[in-house]
Design a protein around this ligand. Structure first.
Ligand code: 99T
Length: 209
């Protein structure tokens, strides 16, 4: 077996990293990537990560030639073009735009949930802004509602870029907002998630706090 040629700046709690890891599992590319653990928050800088990604965010992927890719959307697109199986991002046509739009909505859940995490975990209590936090939670709620009402059949038909994004978003909500109770309000999403959570790629990447 060849040694890994790429390095992924990584944290086991990051849902954005998890999307990359799930795709690596699903496409049989795990042994091509070495993992470099990083602690990155807006208040704790990692100098090496910042050199590679000025935004100071993970995931970032250093390629064998030294070039660095970020963010998760670019990395997923790149890795999906490095295997010979069926693409997880449709190459063209209306399905490409639809699946990428669903994936972007899953990322919007993550963006809001990570902001809430920083607001409630990093920001000093006296500086927290309740209304702002509620606005982020409302984004999450609306996105989950749309997946429940309009996209369940699409998610169920293929474990691709859209389904990976939604599955990682739900996993992150369970990690950081276990009190949210989304399963009662979105039962179809709950059934779908129970099913896809059994996939080896999901089992192998369960987030750690
Ligand atoms: O914001 C920072 O300074 C550090 N944050 C991150 O690196 C987070 C880790 S999730 N990553 C992103 O926000 C990446 C978003 C980007 N659009 C992408 O890659 O798609 C950590 C969450 C947690 O530990 O709870």
């Amino acid at each position: 077996m060849s040694s890994p040629g790429m390095t992924l700046f990584y944290s086991p709690s990051s849902p954005f990293v998890r999307k990359v890891m799930v795709l690596l599992h699903e496409t049989g590319q795990l042994d091509r990537v070495a993992l470099q653990p990083v602690q990155a928050t807006p208040t704790t800088a990692d100098a090496e990560l910042n050199r590679h990604n000025p935004a100071g965010k993970i995931p970032a992927l250093r390629l064998a030639d030294g070039n660095v890719l970020h963010d998760s959307r670019v990395i997923l697109d790149y890795l999906d073009q490095q295997h010979v199986g069926e693409p997880l991002i449709p190459l063209q046509g209306s399905s490409r735009w639809r699946r990428l739009t669903l994936a972007a909505l899953a990322d919007a859940i993550l963006d809001a949930a990570v902001l809430v995490r920083y607001e409630t975990f990093l920001r000093p209590p006296e500086k927290r802004w309740e209304q702002w936090q509620q606005g982020q939670q409302a984004k999450i709620e609306r996105a989950l509602q749309q997946f429940e009402n309009e996209a369940i059949a699409e998610l169920a038909c293929h474990f691709d870029i859209a389904a990976i994004g939604v599955a990682c978003a739900l996993g992150y909500l369970d990690l950081r907002q276990p009190q949210l109770g989304w399963r009662e309000r979105f039962p179809q999403l709950a059934d779908w998630y129970a099913d896809v959570s059994q996939r080896p790629s999901m089992q192998a990447t369960v987030p750690l706090a």
